[in-house]
Structure formats: structure tokens, C-alpha cells
Design a protein around this ligand. Structure first.
Ligand SMILES: NC(=O)c1ccc[n+]([C@@H]2O[C@H](COP(=O)([O-])OP(=O)(O)OC[C@H]3O[C@@H](n4cnc5c(N)ncnc54)[C@H](O)[C@@H]3O)[C@@H](O)[C@H]2O)c1
Ligand SMILES: CC(C)[C@H](C(=O)O)[C@@H](O)C(=O)O
Ligand SMILES: [Mg+2]
Length: 351
């Protein structure tokens, strides 16, 4: 079993280190190999996703990813910016299904930005499409008829792109509370009308699953008003990006939300995938030992479950995280005082 470890920039290396310590402590005979990605790779090798890093990722059974993004690189041409590394990996490896679970751990109800009784009911998973939408359409700058500079990004989805992510959402719902809420903007966007038409067709194959449709603006509101309503939230790349950051504050902190990015490729052990916290490189706290590593540690648990067939080890990590939180060992993002290493130590002690 091989894991490619891509720590990246800012707090990426800090949080990845803690997740690696947890994986190593389980002693599962996993081979871990590290490579640079993002701004770190640009500075070392001239490209945010060097060919050696992509080759290592391709030759592995799973990827553990930290975060990319570096203010020093914000003025670079877009194809050289750190964020292109994660977008490039998702696209090159056809990782089209992004699962972002959000639930409130016992003891964290008071850390939510919502009232505790509303937060306590949250147990949802956002199924975000990751290979299409306005992220990957034609984009550029041009001069319009009035002689003004104009930027453009084309939003589109094909039928097959929506079909494959819809199947993932319905299959996910079958293993949960059997409810799918498809989030779109079909009252304005043709991309969303196609999305809705295709989701309705795919739903016919899953008669046990209750399907509803919601406009994204309403969904953003309902996620705060009554988040317990949601089970599986199926949505596109851009809406899923935004709603998942919002969901993170509903459960307490962006430092808590893990993710799996999956495609169809099977390995000897499970489904090939990339695992990362949903947060970024957090330049404001980088290098200070303040980052909460829980999202990355929980991403490692998802990796063991989905890509390496190690469900028992994943359960152990999740239980250790839950015990750490229940014991009140919280980072500053959750109103506590524990630093990155202290949180990692606490999880290790409870494995
Ligand atoms: N997948 C990724 O690699 C990814 C995801 C999001 C943003 N980014 C990049 O990260 C950079 C910074 O973006 P941003 O500031 O908008 O988002 P961010 O998620 O990095 O940070 C937003 C806020 O949340 C806090 N935060 C984030 N993670 C935390 C953690 N684990 N513990 C405690 N606090 C945490 C930060 O300190 C900051 O105040 C940008 O370059 C952006 O493009 C990368
Ligand atoms: C860094 C950026 C490209 C990325 C995205 O928009 O998908 C991030 O915000 C995320 O949520 O993983
Ligand atoms: Mg995001």
C-alpha cells in the first residue's frame, strides 16, 4: 500500500505532519513518499505540479494532500499559480467526486456559529462535482465592443458529467438516510437546468431515495436555518466549494472538515483517491503552530477507508478524534488553546 504525501504550502505541511504521524502509529505497513506541490514546488522546480509529483501520485494507491496557496505567487500567470496543482491533480486523475462530510462531534455544539440545538442535528455530506463547471470552461480576457477589458469564464456541464456524480450521490444516500437534495440555480442558468433534468432521470434508478431540488441561494439560507434537514447535498463544482466552507462553520470550524476526491479507478485495495482538508494554506496563521490538524487527520481516516480497505483503522482514528474533542482538547479555531502538535499528540494518545 503506497500513499503519496503532498504537503504543499502554508499550514499544509504542519497539518499533514500530524496526519502522517497518526498513519505511521497504526503500523499498517504503508509506504509513504513525499513530493513538493503548489507554491513550494513552483519555488523549487518552476512548476506547481511538477511531472515527478504527478508521476508519484499516479503510481500510488492514494494521495494525502495538505493545502496549496502562497501570496507570493498571486501575481504569477494563472497556469503557474499554486492552486493549479490541486485543480491539475483532480483533472489529470479524473477525480470527479468530492465527498465533504460535515457532522457535529459531541462536545462541539457550543463551538458552532449556530445555536447549539440547531448545530447538534448536523450530519450531512456534500457530494460536489469536481471535474467540470465554470472551473474548467474556456476562460480569458478580451476587449468588449465598448473597448473595455473584460474577463470571462464559461460555465457548462455535459449530461455524462452530471450522470456520474448523481449516481455517486444516490449511492451515498442509500448507505445513509436516503435523502438527496440537489442544489442548482435552474431559475437562471441553463447549466443548472440540464443538471436538474439529468438528476431527475438518474433518480428513477433509486426509488428508495427521496429527491428534492433547491436553488443555491435558498440552500445557503437553509444550511444556517435548519441544517439538520440535509442528508446528501448533491451539487456542482462552484456551489459545492462555497457551501462546504459554510457547512464547516455550522459544525464549528473549517479546521474540522475532511474530504475525499474519488474517480472510478480501482486499486488492489479500494478506490483510488485524493484526501485533503477543505481549508486552504491559511497564510495568516502559517508557521505559528496554531492550525487545527483534525480535518487532515480525518481525511487520513477517509483515505484508509475508501482507498486502502482499512475500515477498522479508519474507525480507530475517528474514535480517537472524537475522544480528543470530548476531552476538551481544542484548537483556537474552536475556542480552545491547543496547538497543532498538541492536538496531534492527543489523538495519538487516544488511538
Ligand atoms: N485545496 C486547497 O489547497 C485550498 C483550499 C482553499 C484555499 N486554498 C488557498 O489557500 C490560500 C488562502 O485562502 P483563504 O484564506 O481564502 O482560505 P483558508 O482556508 O486558507 O483560510 C481561511 C481562514 O480560515 C483559517 N483556517 C483555515 N484552516 C485552518 C485550520 N486548519 N485551523 C485553524 N484555522 C484555519 C485561516 O487562518 C483563515 O483565517 C489561497 O491561496 C487559496 O487559494 C487552497
Ligand atoms: C484552491 C481551490 C482551487 C479549491 C477549489 O476551489 O476547489 C479550494 O477552495 C477547495 O475547496 O478545495
Ligand atoms: Mg474551497
Amino acid at each position: 500500500m503506497k500513499i503519496a504525501v503532498l504537503p504543499g504550502d502554508g499550514i499544509g505541511p504542519e497539518v499533514t505532519r500530524e496526519a502522517v504521524r497518526v498513519i505511521e502509529a497504526l503500523d499498517l505497513g504503508i509506504e509513504l513518499s513525499e513530493a513538493p506541490v503548489g507554491g513550494a514546488a513552483y519555488k523549487a522546480k518552476g512548476h506547481p505540479l511538477p511531472p515527478e509529483t504527478l508521476a508519484l501520485a499516479q503510481a500510488s494507491d492514494a494521495i494525502l494532500f495538505g493545502a496549496v496557496g502562497d501570496p507570493d505567487c498571486d501575481a504569477l500567470e494563472r497556469h503557474l499559480r499554486p492552486e493549479q496543482a490541486i485543480l491539475g491533480l483532480r483533472k489529470a486523475l479524473t477525480l470527479f467526486a468530492n465527498l465533504r462530510p460535515a457532522r457535529v462531534f459531541a462536545g462541539l455544539e457550543g463551538a458552532s456559529a449556530l445555536r447549539p440545538e440547531i448545530a447538534a442535528a448536523i450530519d450531512l455530506v456534500i457530494v460536489r462535482e469536481l471535474n467540470g463547471d465554470v472551473y474548467f470552461g474556456e476562460k480569458g480576457f478580451r476587449t468588449n465592443a465598448a473597448g473595455e477589458r473584460e474577463g470571462y469564464d464559461v460555465m457548462s456541464y455535459s449530461t455524462s458529467e452530471v450522470e456520474r456524480i448523481a449516481h455517486i450521490a444516490f449511492r451515498t444516500a442509500m448507505a445513509r438516510r436516503r435523502r438527496v437534495c440537489s442544489v442548482d440555480k435552474a431559475n437562471v442558468l441553463e447549466t443548472s437546468q440540464l443538471w436538474r433534468d439529468v438528476v431527475i432521470e438518474v433518480a428513477k434508478g433509486y426509488p428508495e431515495v427521496a429527491l428534492e431540488h433547491m436553488y443555491v441561494d435558498n440552500a445557503a439560507m437553509q444550511l444556517v436555518r435548519n441544517p439538520g434537514h440535509f442528508d446528501v447535498v448533491l451539487t456542482g463544482n462552484l456551489f459545492g466549494d462555497i457551501l462546504s466552507d459554510q457547512a464547516s462553520m455550522c459544525v464549528g470550524s473549517i479546521g474540522m472538515l475532511a474530504s475525499a476526491s474519488l474517480g472510478e479507478r480501482q486499486t488492489a485495495y479500494g478506490t483510488f483517491g485524493l484526501y485533503e482538508p477543505i481549508h486552504g494554506s491559511a497564510p495568516d496563521i502559517a508557521g505559528k503552530g496554531l492550525a487545527n490538524p483534525m480535518a487532515t487527520i480525518l481525511s487520513a481516516a477517509m483515505l484508509l477507508r475508501h482507498s486502502l480497505g482499512q475500515a477498522a483503522a479508519a474507525d480507530r482514528i475517528e474514535a480517537a478524534v472524537a475522544r480528543t474533542l470530548a476531552d476538551g482538547i481544542l484548537g483556537r479555531d474552536l475556542g480552545g488553546t491547543a496547538g497543532t502538535t498538541e492536538i496531534g499528540d492527543a489523538v495519538l494518545a487516544r488511538l
